[in-house]
Write a protein that binds this ligand. Sequence first.
Ligand code: CP
Length: 309
Amino acid sequence: MHLRHLLGIQGLNPVSVTAMLDLAENYVLLNRSGKTQRDLLRGRTLINLFFEDSTRTRTSFELAGKRLGADVINMSVSTSSVSKGETLLDTAATLNAMNCDLLVVRHNQSGAPALLAQKVDAAVINAGDGMHEHPTQALLDALTIRRHKGRIAGLTIAICGDIAHSRVARSNLLLLTMMGNFVRVIGPPTLIPAEIAALGVTVHHEMQEGLDGADIVMALRLQKERMTKGLVPSAREFFAFYGLSAEKLTFAKPDALVMHPGPMNRGVEIDSEVADHPTRSLIKEQVEMGVAVRMAVLDTLARRPRWNG
Ligand code: CP
C-alpha cells in the first residue's frame, strides 16, 4: 500500500483499509506481549501538532511512535509561537525545516491537515480537523468491531447523537458504508445534516426505530464547542430522548455491542450502566486499538522513501 499522507477515509479503499487493519492486528499482539519494535522508525521524527485538546489521540500517537522507535515531539500550541501570532503555514514550514518525517495534526478548521500536506515534506496524518474527518478513529473503530464480530461487512451499525458536528461520525460513515455495512444515524433533526442520506445511510429520529436489530450502537458526544446556537433544549431532555440507557439498548440485537469514541459525557449521551457494562461495552478496547492502529498508520507511512533520501 502506497500512502503519502492520511488525510481522510476518502483517500482509502476496501483493500487498503483491510491491509491497515491486518497490520494493526499484528501490533495488538505486539503490544499485549509487552514488546516493542524500536528499529522500525529509528532515526525518524514524529511531531504531534495539536491545536485542539486531546487525551486519547495525542497520547496514543506518542505511544505508537515511541514503541516503533521514533523521536516524538509533542508541541504545545499554547506555549509555542502560535500564541505570538505565527500562522499555521509558517509553523509548519518551521517544523519542516527541522526535517520532521511524520506530522500529526489536529485543528479546528476543516482542511487544515490537507493544506499542510501541500506545503511540507513530512507525511501528514489528520488527527481530527473541524467537523470534517478523524480517520484514525474510524480505523480503530473498525478494528474493534472486526475483532468482536469477526467481520467488518454486512453489519447494522447505529450511530446516535450529534452527527452534524462530529468528524468521528463522518469518517465512520465513509469507512463503514465503503466496507459494506448498513449504517443508520439517529438524532434530533437539528443534529443531523439534511444531505447525509447521500452518503448511503438511513436517518432516524426515534431511538427505538433506529436501534431495531442493530449489531453495534455507537454513541457520540454533543459537540457544544462547535455549536453556534442552542440545538438541544437541555442535556437532561437530550438524555431522555437520545441518551443510550440499558432500556434503550434492548431495542438493538440481544448481543449488540456499545461503542463511544470519547470523551464521554455520562448522563448526557450515554448512561454509566451501559458505558461500563463488562461484556457489552467496547469503549476501553477502542482506546487499546487506537495505539495499534496508529502504529500501523505510522508503519505504513514510514515505508515511503524519506524526503531527503
Ligand atoms: N476520540 C478522540 O479523538 O479523543 P481525544 O479528543 O481525547 O483525542
